[in-house]
Design a protein around this ligand. Structure first.
Ligand code: SAH
Length: 341
């Protein structure tokens, strides 16, 4: 709920509206998820609010760390038994939380582990926001002065724009000033999509300057039809046109995600096609060495092939980076989130 909704809900319980502000501060600013600790709220009111408005959201059923504990993948069991994963990445100067927006995913991309199990259900706004709050609590508990998750990427399980209303509401809570929200910068939030064109346009109209990432993976429809099946609905040119409209209306550079798959989409010719498509636009290319997934026959490109791909893009004037993939050994990297407990 937004703050108005929380005040109304508390009012319906017969309590003063300011209780909603107090609880919001406890939950979202103090990161205190146990009503017992809310000393500014009377015990009776705490119980009433907890029972009516704060159902248990999620339990951590697996916690896997690597990179000297700077990368942590969590598996969460939701109230109905659905499993989702989030990945916490501490880069020192910033902390990024990679969150799930759906349990499973309906997009069926063959190189992605999440896509293989299909969609279970959409997550609620609360289930999305809570992943970030738990990450913030870990940051606060680190032995230094950092207090918050600085970046949120909707790059966990699910297609965020297929759960549009809950995702946009979650973004609004993340950026709203306390006590309504977490007070994050919209610029630190990235929504990654396979390219649901009407929803990209809707997102542009929300007036939220979040970063858009488009999972392109191929410059031509023939290949993209096989890698990102929704391409049969919205073609490469339509997806990119929507991306440019987004860049134009938000003023923000769009990221193009491109997983480099050996002998599938890593040819020099495709790098040149990409240059032709992207040149002159407000864009950045993020190449992702393909991460292994169970049952997939595909692997990452050879290092020389990857270097040549990067060289062609940069020579064509396209700003390009290769993602420093984290969490591969804990199945926490891009495309590996399958939520096996
Ligand atoms: N559904 C959204 C959000 C998931 S983001 C989207 O597709 O954009 C996860 C990113 O990791 C996407 O860019 C996705 O294409 C990429 N990805 C999926 N499987 C991968 C794999 N095996 N190796 C590397 N990247 C992968």
């Amino acid at each position: 709920m937004d703050l108005t909704g929380r005040r109304e809900a508390v009012g319906e319980l017969g309590l003063a509206a300011f209780r909603a502000d107090q609880v919001s501060r406890q939950w979202l600013s103090r990161l205190s998820f146990d009503p017992e600790d809310w000393t500014d709220v009377s015990p009776g009111d705490r119980t009433l609010i907890e029972q009516a408005l704060l159902p248990p959201l999620m339990d951590e059923v697996n916690h896997l760390a690597c990179d000297e504990d700077t990368t942590v993948k969590s598996v969460w069991r939701l109230h109905d038994g659905s499993l989702v994963e989030s990945v916490f990445m501490d880069y020192g100067d910033r902390v990024t939380m990679c969150v799930s927006s759906q349990a499973g995913c309906g997009m069926n991309c063959p190189f992605c582990a999440t896509g293989q199990a299909g969609l279970t259900r959409n997550l609620s706004t609360a289930e999305i926001v809570q992943q970030v709050l738990v990450g913030s609590r870990w940051v606060r508990d680190l032995p230094d002065s950092r207090t918050r998750v600085s970046n949120v990427v909707f790059m966990g399980m699910g297609e965020p724009l297929a759960n549009y209303a809950a995702v946009v509401a979650a973004i609004r809570r993340l950026i709203a000033a306390p006590p309504e929200g977490l007070g994050m910068s919209a610029r630190g939030i990235t929504v990654s999509t396979v390219g649901l064109v009407p929803r990209i346009d809707d997102l542009a109209d929300e007036g939220l300057p979040v970063r858009l990432a488009v999972s392109l993976h191929a410059p031509d429809d023939e290949l993209r039809d096989t890698l990102v099946p929704v391409n049969t609905r919205w073609r490469v040119s339509e997806v990119l046109d929507a991306a440019w409209r987004y860049a134009h209306s938000t003023g923000r550079r769009v990221s193009i995600e491109y997983a480099l798959i050996r002998d599938i989409n890593d040819q020099a010719e495709r790098a040149r096609m990409l240059v032709d498509l992207l040149r002159g636009h407000l864009v950045h290319v993020n190449l992702i060495p393909l991460n292994p997934t169970p049952g997939s026959i595909w692997t990452a490109s050879d290092p020389e092939v990857e270097r040549e791909f990067v060289r062609i893009l940069r020579e064509g004037g396209i700003s390009t980076t290769v993602r420093d993939t984290r969490g591969r050994e804990i199945d926490g990297a891009c495309g590996q989130l399958a939520a096996k407990s």
